[in-house]
Design a protein around this ligand. Sequence first.
Ligand SMILES: Nc1nc2c(c(=O)[nH]1)N[C@H]1C(S)=C(S)[C@@H](COP(=O)(O)OP(=O)(O)OC[C@H]3O[C@@H](n4cnc5c(=O)[nH]c(N)nc54)[C@H](O)[C@@H]3O)O[C@H]1N2
Ligand SMILES: Nc1nc2c(c(=O)[nH]1)N[C@H]1C(S)=C(S)[C@@H](COP(=O)(O)OP(=O)(O)OC[C@H]3O[C@@H](n4cnc5c(=O)[nH]c(N)nc54)[C@H](O)[C@@H]3O)O[C@H]1N2
Ligand code: SF4
Ligand SMILES: [Mo]
Length: 712
Amino acid sequence: MTATHCPYCALQCGITLEPSTQAEASEPVSLKGRDFETNGGALCRKGYSAATLLDHPERLQTPLLRQADGSLAPIGWEQALDLVADKARSIRAESGADALAVFGSGSLTNEKAYQLGKFARLALGTSRIDYNGRFCMSSAAAGTNRAFGLDRGLPFPLADLDEAGMILLLGSNVADTMPPFVRHLAGARENGGLVVVDPRRSATAKLCEDNAGWHLQPTPATDLPLLLGLAHVLVAESLADTGYLAARANGFDAVKASLVSWWPERTAQVTGVPAEQIRRTARALAQAASEAKAGGKPVYILTGRGIEQHANGTDTVTAAINLALLLGLPGTMAGGYGTITGQGNGQGGREHGQKCDQLPGYRKITDPEHRAQVARVWGVEPEIIPGPGLPAVELLEALGTPTGPRMMMIHGANPVISAPDASKVSRALASLDFLVVCDFFLSETAAQADLMLPVLQWAEEEGSMTNLEGRILRRRAALEAPGNARSELWILSQLAQRLDAPGRFSPAPREVFEELKEASAGGLADYSGVRWDDLDAGAAIYWPCPAGTEVRAEPGIRNGTPRLFLDGFAHADRRAVLVPVAFQPAPRKNTSATVSLVTGRLLEHYQSGAQTRRVAELAQAAPEPLLEIHPATALSHQIAQGQKVVISNERGEVTARALLTADARLDTVFLPFHYPGSGTANLLTEAKVDPHSRMPEFKHAHVSLNAVEEEQ
Ligand SMILES: Nc1nc2c(c(=O)[nH]1)N[C@H]1C(S)=C(S)[C@@H](COP(=O)(O)OP(=O)(O)OC[C@H]3O[C@@H](n4cnc5c(=O)[nH]c(N)nc54)[C@H](O)[C@@H]3O)O[C@H]1N2
Ligand SMILES: Nc1nc2c(c(=O)[nH]1)N[C@H]1C(S)=C(S)[C@@H](COP(=O)(O)OP(=O)(O)OC[C@H]3O[C@@H](n4cnc5c(=O)[nH]c(N)nc54)[C@H](O)[C@@H]3O)O[C@H]1N2
Ligand code: SF4
Ligand SMILES: [Mo]
């Protein structure tokens, strides 16, 4: 029996795998929920069915090379690896090292993420590496770094939420995206204190019914003014915790001044949330926070992608943090602010050097001291580590341009479906001289590759992952690799050898983990005191965990730093920063567009759907994209239930069937982004990025709707 974790989201639910004993078993292992702190034995539908992909008939088991006739044909590993090295060398010789690019992922284990960053800088010599976490956690990271000096999704254990008296949950639909998370909302719901902010009456918004709390349903992309309005009430009614602000934070006066014009009636006009609901929410938060400080139940403000994936995502996160600071919560046992990390290793994936401006341990690639520290561990001169590269959207836009990359390697992402303005992305990938994709399925992006390299799945590899609480976990192998699939660490080590890379590129996860620890020592995300054997023994370890930390593998013992900021924030003066932020409504370019489109997720599918669309049970449950639309809006557009609709704007068009639901706002429709072809929601989204995080505007676009007459 192997104890490991679900391959999909950042909740990293505990599971056990056992070899299937019955010969006719449909999966190679039996998968069960395991009693682990984040999931208490429960799993969602995706987790339960994850093992069906391990021996799926479409699983890729041998390298595939694009032939002159356009088909993909099997080749051997030697030939494949030689080819990658030859291409990289010749393109680098002609156009320089920045003509080579790497795109990584928050799905990769810590070891793979670390090694990929090192490989890009040392073996390819390029600055041009970024990853799909840019599409996920970047605004939250930029906002928390600015306010607290450190970015860890939840700066406290998830189980702390269980005791909460009140939780303000903005732009997150955990009831669908992390179903076992809902158990941690039970305390707040019992207390009547769950407040959900979402333009849709989502499954999570429905958890507020029956006096469990209330739902605020703003106009899409107006969370920033809503948060300014809530903060205005705190200040205007003298409900802000001025004692806390004086002791622990800078910037209160500037923020106070910036809130002046956001009185509730004006905020209501901009956001569509009634003024009395704004007052009620602000007063309830203040009341709950003051009770919490008197020994009552804690209060939390949590955000998800709904408020973060906008071109003003960082400022919106900042407004949410300002609200938490005005309430006097962060860095206390009375509650705090947290953001809910998304991908399986979305947390670890953003610490070990896959970001274009970052080195392992959350170090800055522009800081000479940080460069010297990492260079020492890598055994190279600091000068050979390239400078900052391009963030994901700009990287994809640069492909095939005169100064842009000519070759790219993609590990763990499917940008043809998941990047904004997807038709442009597909064309940009097609313009490359050489595209290498590592995956275990022929995703829509892998289908465009010149060379496809088959890698291991989660149940076949050893490694570590860092969950949404900053807790480090072990991913364990229960099965042998199938066919000719190889581990990514092996691929990188083979390529590094062929490219005469300086430094060591071990194919063994544990060795890479040891090096990662050393490279992180003294950094913000310090793993140097985390021992593999302690993780194996089930110790609960949260970073930072510096060398020498005493670790005990006993139930109920939390090691490292389960709760951040109790003794001070990570800025030099140990104080948090309130940053004033302003709201500028985005100009509407397309005047014929009649409704707002918001995008997001369904319970059944994971991300680009490359995995879950191959699980029969999930594909049957949600086989095609449905456009969620209010019955009155449907009527005014002459759209009937189940009818095909073309959703279009200046970037493209998508076809989906209508799902009439009163859960939608009258001015807003919703599309999931999990589908290929004419169902790809990202054909409509804009690549406009946030100035701080470079997060694109995934969550909001203006669109027109046209019903399609179908022949009977
Ligand atoms: N089933 C499933 N679960 C997943 C994933 C998956 O693909 N499928 N992916 C994982 C990953 S990587 C992530 S990042 C998380 C994401 O988890 P969530 O953040 O919960 O997911 P989303 O559905 O993207 O967005 C959440 C909500 O934001 C709302 N929203 C859209 N626009 C706005 C807005 O302007 N303001 C507000 N307040 N809300 C808005 C949407 O209506 C939606 O209900 O889920 C993880 N879990
Ligand atoms: N419109 C819209 N677009 C969005 C979002 C949204 O809410 N709306 N959300 C964004 C968010 S939050 C995210 S996180 C992105 C995610 O979007 P993608 O980056 O496309 O994520 P996945 O579908 O998880 O793609 C992972 C691919 O890597 C493969 N894979 C999984 N594990 C590994 C591994 O260990 N190694 C290798 N080599 N391959 C692996 C899978 O088979 C799959 O093909 O989408 C973003 N796009
Ligand atoms: S909630 Fe996330 S980690 Fe848990 S079973 Fe579902 S997909 Fe897996
Ligand atoms: Mo994500």
